[in-house]
Design a protein around this ligand. Sequence first.
Ligand code: ZN
Length: 180
Amino acid sequence: MASVAGGQTFYKGWGCCLCLVMLVIYVTKKAMKMLGHMDKLLVAAAAAADAGEVPVAAAITNMDGQIIALAENRMKRDGNALHHAEMLAIQAAMAATGQSRLVEHNLWVTLEPCTMCAGAIAHARISRLYFGAYDEKAGAVESGVRFFDSPSCNHRPEIYGGIGARESAAMLQDFFAARR
Ligand code: ZN
């Protein structure tokens, strides 16, 4: 009986180990996917910089984690001050899905969104917001007006900041340093 009890204990312990391994694999896969999205955005942001735009890129993903829209800053090229990467990605995703509300979609962006883009994110009912570098000057999520915490905001996404922040901030610093 003692050995059976011991065996049960062994299996119980082994079961927990398997759960832990599965959990680690799941979390690692998810983290790799997150970094994969940010890597794609950094490539798009670099392309924007090559075109003389402030290097910022944004994407919309569906609940399967697939990118359905990807855009970069185009203010200079389009001669339009509203053409921030987030605005373009949101509009492209709405066009692609035919939905005016992107309830089951997430927005990824290399830089903390400004007030205009934070407003658009709320209007579009984005589910989760993942952003890279913090922007103390023009950011409106964790910096400045903290738009999603204001009483006039009608929708607050889940917010995850600082993903791939170092690479994104370095790209922005290089861009502005080259223009000085
Ligand atoms: Zn913006």
